[in-house]
Structures are given as structure tokens and as C-alpha cells.
Design a protein around this ligand. Structure first.
Ligand code: SF4
Length: 114
């Protein structure tokens, strides 16, 4: 099972790299411009969220893309994603940080049940 997952993951990475290479070859000027725009945009993002943005924009990570999109949508205010009220947004069900609010409070280990 672990070997299968690792194989699938490396295959996905290989395919992602191939897509990026193809994009570079198809229009190198556009890719150069894109890199410059990504660098400029990354500089405007709060430091703690830059990695998420770069994983999305440079490494084409879909999960990071969803996270970065939601974070950008709410001006990088994490709590605003949790409280998002845009029920019709296509990303509503996929938005990050919602599991943190669904966690049950930790039970006190010393509490006795009668
Ligand atoms: S789910 Fe909410 S926070 Fe995420 S992109 Fe949509 S409107 Fe913005």
C-alpha cells in the first residue's frame, strides 16, 4: 500500500514537472513574465503564507492553490475563511482551516464520570 502510494505520488510529480516543462517550452516569454509576477506578488503576501502561495503558483500544488485562493480572498485573514458566509462559492466545501473549529475540546484527564 505504501509503495503504491509512493509510486502514485512520484508519478504525479513526474507528470507535474512534465506539464511545467511543456509550458516553459511553449511560451518562454510568458513563463518569464509569470515568474516575475509571482515574485512580485509573493513579496506583498504576509511571510507566513508565502510558502503556500509559492507551492500553488510555482509547484502547481492543487491543495495549496485552494488554500492560497481562500487566503487571498479574505486578505490573508485566516479567521475570515473559517467564518466565510459565501455558501455558493465553489471552494466553500474545500476551504482550509475549517477542521480546527470542528475539533471537540480536549477532555480533562482528571474528570471523573459518575
Ligand atoms: S470559500 Fe470563502 S474564503 Fe474561500 S474563496 Fe470562496 S468566498 Fe473566498
Amino acid at each position: 500500500m505504501i509503495i503504491k502510494q509512493t509510486g502514485e505520488k512520484s508519478l504525479k510529480n513526474l507528470m507535474r514537472k512534465q506539464v511545467m516543462k511543456t509550458a516553459n517550452l511553449q511560451n518562454p516569454q510568458m513563463e518569464l513574465l509569470r515568474k516575475q509576477k509571482i515574485a512580485a506578488r509573493a513579496a506583498e503576501i504576509p511571510k507566513k503564507y508565502r510558502k503556500i502561495y509559492k507551492n500553488a503558483a510555482e509547484r502547481l500544488n492543487k491543495s495549496a492553490a485552494i488554500n492560497a485562493f481562500c487566503l487571498e480572498c479574505v486578505c490573508w485573514q485566516k479567521n475570515e475563511i473559517i467564518n466565510c458566509s459565501c455558501l455558493a462559492c465553489p471552494l466553500f466545501g474545500l476551504r482550509p482551516y475549517t477542521k480546527e473549529t470542528n475539533k471537540e475540546p480536549k477532555k480533562n484527564a482528571t474528570t471523573k464520570i459518575h
